[in-house]
Write a protein of this length. Structure first.
Lengths: 259, 369
């Protein structure tokens, strides 16, 4: 239950501004891929093109191809909603729905789409998703309480549970730990390691140790200067990127000699 | 290691050069006495006494503070005096209105049958009799209360869907297009429409569509909804705008369609604000007189049908009772009924405001643990 992603010559625009230029990348199924790079280099922008969340912003558009197991996400007649049910996303800031209980938050993907689900199946799905997000033991006694009452780390894991409840092929994570303390971060990282068995995971992070800890492959993005488009500089096994990068810029960045 | 003896207790050096805590009360007492003395010279009245004492208090306290504490503290005290003074001035008309309506309205409202009877068959003869022989004032506001509730309810039923859908278009689909900007502009213009114009519009509209001289509760409801819609649009728009974009994105990322995300995530999150905005819009139009006068006329008997026949409402009831007393020679019973109706109207508005708060609290997203 996971698919690979192949990106061919992708240019990403905000209106007439070219934000990311000429990305070619092949992301294997059932692997963890980390995107690293300085702020503003287009990592998050590129990530959002992988489930067509980029075009939610006014004026945003994309050129090129993103293939999900060979099917072009940007092909004619492709419904972005279908894409998003296959490629889930976890955001930087935990964003549980404030009007819903913990249980309803997990079931949001099902309930908001008005799919009929029996109570037994719903209970099973809630438990499976929350166990999958390492949150079940902490919330099993208060499933009917609002999701906004949880701690930040728990909220983020609730958002992950919500994302895996719709059973996507790929999970995108946009700096999922940047608002979390080290202990919650550890919980989320453990979770990513487990998710890899079933899903393709792509994670954007500013924390290079995190990239080194959780990812199989790492992509380094960089930007030549303000107003210039971001580019994919190097994409290789994580150990190669951190120990023996082929590009000077990558080496400077991972060793802290940036700029 | 030597042990130093604790310093003997004295007045703290840190609080030197401050006015004692009781200073304002002393100044207030002096200002009141002085004010009374000055007013006694030019003829005493309570309002003048309050005004002169307030000025004297401000001058006294600020002057004393400037002498003892210095300029910074003095300007602080001056600002405090001005702010409290403005607050009292703003409060004065409000308290005065409520007091006057209570004093004049309670005799009307406690008359048996005031809330349960109409003015049907109540003639000047009864009023004359009640003044001359001291019998109870006949007649009541039942028909007007019923009319107000029905007209306002129908206006709400018209305005809320139109207003809410407009707000949804503006926030979720408008994208600052020409149409969206035009709607925003015209909604702003509509907010400033004089209510009589709204009434004339509704009257003229029904004149053309239904026929000359159409005066029913429904026409009045249309007039009121012309006034209500911009208020509903504005308040709902603001409420929808403050729903964090993250929630919309979270819903989209789960593969939820836009209209479902709006219906099930955005609106529920904003519903408490929308509901209280709607309630306040109702409170805004419930006291309108002019548009109802030209669209629903004024009836003296109970009319249960919003779509047929003239209909009374509380504001028009007050208006006619004061302007055309039932008994021209003895207007007192009429004015007692008018004040009673005014009190009923104020209570109605107050209940609506309380309702708005209650609704806001019930629907507000909970953050319990």
């Amino acid at each position: 239950m996971s698919k690979r992603i192949d990106v061919k010559d992708l240019n990403v625009y905000y209106g007439s501004f070219l934000a990311v230029e000429g990305v070619n990348i092949n992301i294997e199924a059932k692997s963890v891929t980390a995107f690293i790079g300085p702020s503003g280099c287009g990592k998050s922008t590129f990530l959002r093109t992988l489930n067509r969340m980029h075009e939610v912003l006014p004026g945003a558009r994309v050129e090129g191809e993103v293939l999900l197991d060979g099917d072009n996400l940007y092909g004619p007649g492709v419904d972005p909603v279908t894409v998003r049910t296959q490629v889930g996303m976890v955001f930087q800031r935990p964003n549980p729905f404030p009007t819903m209980s913990i249980r309803d938050n997990v079931l949001a993907g099902v309930k908001l789409n008005n799919k009929k689900i029996s109570k037994g199946a719903a209970d099973a799905l809630v438990e499976k998703s929350l166990r999958g997000a390492n949150l079940w033991n902490e919330v099993k006694d208060r499933l009917e309480k609002p999701g906004s009452g949880l701690s930040g780390g728990q909220q983020q894991r609730l958002c992950i549970a919500r994302a895996i409840a719709v059973e996507p092929q790929v999970i995108l994570m946009d700096e999922p730990c940047s608002a979390l303390d080290p202990i919650s971060t550890l919980a989320v990282e453990d979770l990513i390691n487990e998710l890899k068995d079933e899903y393709t995971v792509v994670i954007v992070t500013h924390n290079m140790q995190q990239a080194a800890r959780v990812s199989d492959k790492t992509a380094f993005f960089n930007i030549a200067g303000t107003g210039k488009p971001g580019k994919l500089i190097e994409f290789a096994d994580t150990t190669t990127i951190f120990n023996n990068p082929s590009q000077k810029a990558t080496e400077d960045y991972v060793s802290g000699r940036f700029g | 290691m030597t042990v130093t003896a604790p310093v003997a207790r004295k007045r703290s050096a840190l609080t030197k050069g401050q006015l004692p805590a009781f200073a304002p009360y002393i100044v207030l007492a002096v200002a009141l006495v002085l004010g009374a003395a000055i007013l006694a010279l030019i003829g005493f009245n309570a309002f003048g006494w309050g005004l002169v004492s307030a000025i004297l208090f401000t001058i006294g306290l600020v002057g004393w503070s400037a002498a003892v504490e210095g300029g910074r503290k003095a300007s602080d005290k001056l600002a405090t005096c001005l702010i409290v003074g403005s607050f009292l001035v703003a409060l004065l008309p409000l308290v005065s209105v409520i007091w006057t309506v209570l004093v004049n309205g309670i005799p009307g409202i406690i008359t048996p049958g005031f809330l349960t009877t109409s003015m049907n068959g109540v003639t000047g003869a009864f009023d004359n009799k009640s003044v001359e022989e001291g019998t109870k004032v006949l007649g009541g506001v039942y028909h007007a209360l019923l009319g107000t509730v029905q007209i306002t309810l129908l206006a709400t039923v018209i305005s809320v869907p139109v207003g809410l859908l407009t707000a949804i278009y503006l926030v979720e689909y408008g994208n600052d297009r020409v149409l969206a900007r035009a709607i925003t502009f015209f909604v702003d213009v509509m907010t400033g429409i004089p209510s009589i114009v709204a009434g004339l519009f509704a009257a003229a509209f029904f004149f053309v569509v239904v026929g000359p001289g159409t005066k029913t509760g429904a026409v009045a409801a249309v007039a009121l909804s012309v006034l209500m819609i911009p208020v509903v649009v504005r308040s709902s728009e603001e409420m929808l705008k403050i729903v964090p974009n993250e929630l919309r994105e979270a819903a989209y990322a789960l593969g939820v369609r836009k209209w479902r995300a709006i219906l099930k995530v955005v609106i529920p999150t904003a519903i408490s604000g929308i509901a209280s905005g709607v309630t306040l819009a109702i409170a805004r139009v419930i006291g309108e007189t002019a548009p109802i006068l030209v669209t629903a006329g004024f009836a003296t008997s109970i009319n249960n049908n919003v779509f047929g026949g003239w209909m009374a409402s509380l504001p028009t009831f007050i208006y006619t009772q004061i302007l055309n007393p039932t008994s021209p020679s003895n207007p007192d019973p009429s004015s007692q009924r008018a004040w009673g109706a005014a009190l009923v109207l104020i209570i109605l508005v107050m209940l609506l405001n309380l309702g708005a708060r209650l609704i806001a609290r019930i629907f507000a997203p909970k953050a319990g643990r």
